[in-house]
Design a protein. Structure first.
Length: 219
């Protein structure tokens, strides 16, 4: 009788976890910027990505974050609390951002967070007020950045018949209100930006099923 109850509990647990893991994480491919791009502080730049072969819900929203490989340590760090753009639809495939005032360097990258993180290769940002060499280990990257709202991007939606229509995605260009908040609310407890992290994905689900199953069978 006890074994039957254990097996019933096991089946119920696996069924629940399968339901929570039924939708895998998706990771769009960022098309621009690329490693050859050069951004200038204050410019409006368009970030583009591809959702090819991805089953993305039409109401899935995303966030664009600036990151950098810390000079001298090569530690990946990103301004998750101060996104360059937030609340846009991942189905839009495009969003505009304003390049923030950061020191010149070729160690910056873009992270797009949605269901999972997508990250670009490092590219260069030039700041005329900070002409330090692009790869200098003496560059001091600020703990916080000032974020400005960008003008809307034009989004093209393709119909099954091959026709396209364009519209202005006004909701896609809203910068985070964290940019105007005190630094204590936009940084981690040690005053530094949050380090980049990846999504958990199927590995978490598989580990949870295995762990609970083993515990029930060994009880």
């Amino acid at each position: 009788m006890l074994l039957r109850l254990d097996l019933s509990a096991l089946l119920l647990t696996v069924s629940v976890l399968r339901g929570s893991c039924a939708y895998p994480l998706f990771q769009p491919t960022i098309l621009s910027p690329t490693s050859t791009d050069v951004w200038n502080v204050g410019d409006v730049k368009t970030i583009r990505w591809s959702n090819h072969d991805l089953d993305i819900p039409p109401n899935q929203h995303g966030r664009i974050v600036l990151g950098y490989n810390a000079p001298g340590t090569n530690l990946n760090t990103a301004y998750y609390q101060q996104p360059l753009a937030d609340g846009f639809l991942i189905s839009d495939l495009v969003v505009n951002v304003v390049v923030p005032a950061v020191p010149s360097g070729n160690f910056y990258y873009i992270v797009m967070s949605g269901d999972a993180n997508a990250q670009t290769a490092p590219f260069m940002i030039i700041n005329p007020a900070s002409p330090t060499g692009p790869s200098s280990a003496n560059v001091t990257v600020p703990a916080t950045i000032s974020v400005s709202s960008a003008p809307p991007a034009t989004v093209s939606h393709w119909s099954p018949g091959g026709n396209s229509s364009s519209q202005t995605a006004t909701s896609s260009q809203t910068a985070s209100a964290a940019a105007s908040a005190p630094s204590s609310s936009t940084t981690s407890s040690n005053g530094a930006p949050h380090r980049a992290t990846a999504g958990y994905g199927w590995s978490w689900c598989a580990a949870a099923v295995f762990t609970i199953s083993a515990a029930l069978l060994n009880a």
